[in-house]
Every structure is written in structure tokens, then in C-alpha cells.
Design a protein around this ligand. Sequence first.
Ligand code: GDP
Length: 171
Amino acid sequence: HPEVAFAGRSNVGKSSLLNKLFNRKALAKVSSVPGKTSTINFFSVDDVDFVDLPGYGFAKVAKSEKARWSELIEGYFNQERRFALVVSLIDIRHPATDLDVGMVEFLSETGLPFIIALTKADKLSNMQRGKQVAALRKQLRLPKDHVVIPCSAEKGTGIDELRKRIEEAVS
Ligand code: GDP
């Protein structure tokens, strides 16, 4: 089955976005321990395997926990898989973190098909939103035509486009 993976730092809004995208409440479980590396969660919808990668970069997490995250993620990406798309989630309000930049660099270098979903877009005005999209594009050194979708799990912004991009990638 083709695989679509979702990656982003802890608290970026990944669970909320997945729940919105699949019209399910609490499909993606919210960990009771913030920043605790859990497991990679897989779920299948219509012959597509969706992969919920554990969030990275929680500030208060021990080194051993960070190492465990890296191992888990590297193990995942190093296996032979049918990657249709990786959706890299980044908070629209702030500059990308070093780990966000690292993730995007990794995806670019490995040539994996990926798009960027900028989360929590409802927290910005339209004007701020446009500015942040441009700033993040520049920071992440994305080509002009690279897909970047401002999203809001709260307001539903960008969800249809995200769904469309996923459908295109798996078909
Ligand atoms: P995860 O750790 O990446 O799975 O993040 P969560 O989905 O658990 O969300 C983290 C926090 O951000 C929660 O307090 C959510 O209510 C909030 N949040 C998530 N998505 C949105 C959004 O689109 N808009 C707003 N305003 N808040 C959001």
C-alpha cells in the first residue's frame, strides 16, 4: 500500500489535524505524557496506509528520549517503503525550529515527495499569514512552486487542499 506520513514537533497540532482530516474524534491519541516518544502509529483508510510519526523536539525531554526518537524515525525512513507523500507540519506563527529545518533538509536531500502544512493558521490575520508563509518559505529554502498549505484544524482552513494533495499523491 502507498504510505502517507505526518511529521512535526510535539504540540504542532498534528493530532488535531489528523482528526479533522479524517473526520474523527480522538483518532490520533494525545499522549498523556507531553513530549514522551511513543510509537509510530499506523492506520489504513481505503488502501492507503497513514503514518503518524511521534512528535519531535519537546524541550524538556531527556537526551535518552531524543535518541530514542531519532532511532525510531531513522529506522522508519531507512526501511524500504512505498512513500507516496510526507506531510511536514510546522507552526505558522513562528520561525521553523532547528529540528523543523532538519526535517525539511532531510526530506529535500533524500528526494522524498513532501509538502508542508502550516498549522494553527487561524491564530494569525490574513496579512500576518501571508508574511509568515513567505518568511518560512525563505527560511526553509523551498522552491517557489513547492506546496505549502496554511491549515487550521479549528476552522477547517486548508483541509480540503491537504486532502486533495494526498489523493493526488496516492493515485
Ligand atoms: P500534537 O502534539 O502535534 O498532536 O498537537 P495537538 O493536536 O495535541 O495540539 C496541540 C495544541 O494546539 C492543543 O492545545 C490544540 O488545541 C492546539 N491546536 C491544534 N491545532 C490547532 C489549530 O488549528 N488552531 C488553534 N487555534 N489551535 C490548535
